[in-house]
Design a protein around this ligand. Structure first.
Ligand code: CDP
Ligand code: CDP
Length: 216
């Protein structure tokens, strides 16, 4: 069983994807971390994220980097959205994500293009939304808890510019798959959002089972 969870920054997709993976006992991949690792490598090697060849050179990042706390920095997310717009960067990370999605037993992946590019054949697709100001409040609180003093206004501006860049790029833009169920978490607690996500997945699985059943 493959579950695709997409959505913009701080919409709650990671929280929901982790909970779905626990619920269905399948592994989870946060694909944003891969783009963040490319971004951090670009930053540390003092490469130029807007130059495709520089960003591609950073795709062979050290696996240990996936556990680096600096991946979660606001600045890393911004650079991630610049490197991720390059088609050759997306191509370099494609097979790894496709393999993870299609492993025996299934998987849950969250990102921007899981339902459209990585696993168009997913059994259930969710597109998670929340208003920009609520997403900025959530991300600001997270950053503060980590001792990062980026202002709320800066976080909101960064979220808006990342939304624009991710939605307008030519390759694998942030758009809901036509068969995705949409879930707005703006006014939902984490528990309520997770319960709704499970109900939406169950509805998708039940519909697929009904369509697959032989008619009598
Ligand atoms: O957690 P948050 O939503 O803030 O960001 P993320 O999922 O870690 O993604 C960071 C950036 O990587 C995004 O703004 C996208 O530009 C890029 N990304 C992508 O292009 N495709 C994905 N499947 C996942 C992330
Ligand atoms: O993965 P994504 O960037 O979309 O968001 P996340 O990491 O799942 O959630 C961002 C922050 O919002 C986390 O601190 C969550 O605990 C919080 N959150 C929330 O307050 N209410 C929700 N319904 C979902 C997430």
């Amino acid at each position: 069983m493959i579950i695709a969870v997409d959505g913009p920054a701080a919409s709650g997709k990671g929280t929901i994807a982790r909970a779905l993976a626990r619920h269905y006992h399948v592994p989870h991949l946060d694909t944003g971390l891969l783009y963040r690792a490319v971004a951090l490598t670009v930053m540390r090697l003092e490469l130029d994220p807007s130059i495709e060849a520089d960003a591609v050179a950073a795709c062979g990042f050290d696996e240990d980097l996936l556990a680096d706390a600096a991946l979660r920095d606001d600045a890393t997310g911004q650079i991630a959205s610049i490197v991720s717009a390059h088609p050759l960067v997306r191509a370099a990370l494609l097979q790894r994500q496709k393999r993870f999605a299609h492993q025996p037993g299934g998987a849950v992946l969250d990102g921007r293009d899981i339902g459209t590019v990585i696993a168009p054949d997913a059994d259930a697709k969710l597109f998670i939304r929340a208003t920009p100001t609520i997403r900025a409040q959530r991300r600001h609180a997270e950053l503060r808890a980590r001792g990062d003093d980026t202002s709320y206004d800066q976080v909101l501006a960064d979220i808006r510019s990342r939304d624009d860049r991710d939605s307008s790029r030519a390759t694998a833009p942030l758009v809901p798959a036509i068969d995705a169920a949409q879930l707005d978490t703006s006014f939902l607690s984490i528990e309520a959002a997770v319960a709704k996500a499970i109900a939406l997945v169950e509805a998708r699985l039940a519909r697929a089972a009904a369509m697959a059943a032989p008619s009598v």
